[in-house]
Design a binder for this molecule. Structure first.
Ligand code: SF4
Length: 436
């Protein structure tokens, strides 16, 4: 079999790590962007909500249309795992189906037929090809989730919380540092529950201590904190760290007390506010969250309360999700469902508020001296370099155009520089780098 591989990673950053593991197993293949040239096409799908499921199926069907004869089309990941029976009959276009358990066996799978293992794969030493950056990598903390959020099907196909042990994570980070990576985003479905499946309450604080011992790690952040397992002592440990930024990504999904109870979030309005206020009180803190609109039982008053809060609390970044009616979830069996047009209207309204919060947060940066990391040439113009504030997570928090520097020396891609934020163009900041 000649070996050209076209691989697509859909969904979240956790899925991306699993895709990188598959690429690590298929290093004998030549990667190609040309779908029609590929001998093997792999789609690592997302099965979280309707919009993601649709994107996954359309991506597979479009690749089927574009593929060459005798190529092999593989459907992997969450959607494939969640609907293994249905897809096997409904998608004859696909040659091999696999789920969330065999990423590190993809090379064997290509020699055989579809396979779903009972285990959920959790990276532990598997070689991976880090994509998208020469200095940043996502690090998985765990797989699965023990929470029971009313709207979420993830535990039904990713299983119970299964944390990596600290050595496994530290070894992976050390190996990546040896390859020149120095910026890391720690991810999972519920990061603040890290090691709770091993009866360790403050797993993330232990992680911070351990990562700080690794020479060469310059920058790090934790994504996907869960309110009821996030403690003030954890936030203090993050704030004390020289390496972990005061970057707080905590999806709260709603703020109305009754709706938080209906959503089975395990934490009410006052406790959630206490955490957020403390985060906001920390120096140079960056707050990211997400909200779900239109959950069954959400009244106009509850929605208005959420909008009021989102508009005024001071979040730097807000993700807005429309409620998706997912079978196997508790919300699916709830009455008082909101009509699709009401959900869409609420998503527009809160989406507008999210854009205003983004703009306000970006404008606050103008005139500031900050640390930025140069990612490369911008898509805008060859003389404009693309960068991000070092505290920001890649790709999701914004872009900065570097249009000037204090000395003529070339700026190195992947390097951290001090810079002055000078202006904003649309939602993109501009900066002058101090490379004196
Ligand atoms: S924390 Fe809630 S929303 Fe997130 S994966 Fe777990 S059950 Fe789903």
């Amino acid at each position: 079999m000649s070996n050209k591989l076209h691989i697509v990673s859909l969904g979240c950053t956790k899925n991306l790590v699993d895709t990188e593991v598959m690429m690590g197993k298929l290093q004998n293949f030549e990667l190609t962007d040309e779908q029609g040239d590929a001998d093997v096409i792999i789609v690592n799908t997302c099965g979280f909500i309707d919009a993601a499921k649709e994107e996954s199926i359309n991506t597979v069907l479009n690749l089927h249309d574009a593929r060459k004869e005798d190529s092999v089309l593989v459907m992997a990941g969450c959607l494939s795992e969640r609907y293994k029976e249905e897809l096997a009959t409904q998608m004859p276009e696909v040659d091999i189906f696999t789920g969330v358990g065999d990423y590190d066996k993809i090379d064997e799978l290509l020699q055989k037929e579809s396979r779903f293992s009972d285990e959920v794969f959790l990276i532990d030493g598997a070689q991976r090809i880090v994509t998208g950056s020469t200095y940043h990598a996502y690090i998985k903390l765990s797989e699965g989730c023990n929470q029971t959020c009313s709207f979420c099907a993830i535990p039904s196909f990713k299983g119970k919380l299964n944390s990596r042990n600290l050595d496994s994570i530290a070894n992976e980070v050390e190996a990546l540092v040896a390859k020149g990576y120095y910026d890391f985003s720690f991810v999972s479905q519920d990061s603040s529950s890290y090691l709770r499946d091993q009866n360790i309450k403050d797993g993330l604080s232990l992680l911070i201590q351990r990562i700080e011992l690794i020479d060469g790690v310059k920058s790090a952040r934790i994504l996907y904190l869960y309110p009821s397992t996030t403690t003030i002592s954890l936030l203090k440990n993050i704030a004390k760290s020289e390496i972990f930024h005061n970057y707080f990504d905590m999806p709260i999904q709603h703020i109305n007390d009754e709706m938080l109870r209906i959503m089975k979030r395990g934490f009410g309005k006052s406790q959630t506010l206490e955490l957020l206020e403390f985060m906001k009180s920390l120096p140079n803190s960056f707050l990211r969250t997400s909200f779900i609109v239109g959950h069954p039982g959400e009244t106009v008053e509850m929605f208005d309360e959420m909008c009021e809060f989102a508009a005024n609390f001071g979040f730097d970044r807000i993700n807005v999700f429309s409620y998706s009616d997912e079978e196997t979830t508790p919300a699916y069996d709830m009455s008082e469902k909101n009509p699709a047009e009401v959900i869409a209207r609420r998503a527009d309204i809160l989406g507008q508020i999210a854009s205003e919060c983004l703009e306000a947060s970006l404008k606050k940066e103008i005139g500031k001296e900050v640390e930025i990391t140069i990612d490369g040439e911008s898509d805008e113009h060859e003389y404009l370099l693309s960068a991000k504030e070092t505290i920001w997570a890649p790709e999701i928090d914004g872009e900065i155009y570097v249009n000037d520097r204090t000395k003529d020396e070339e700026l190195e891609f992947g390097k951290i520089y001090k810079a002055k934020i000078t202006d904003i163009v649309g939602n993109i900041l501009t900066a002058t780098v101090d490379n004196a």
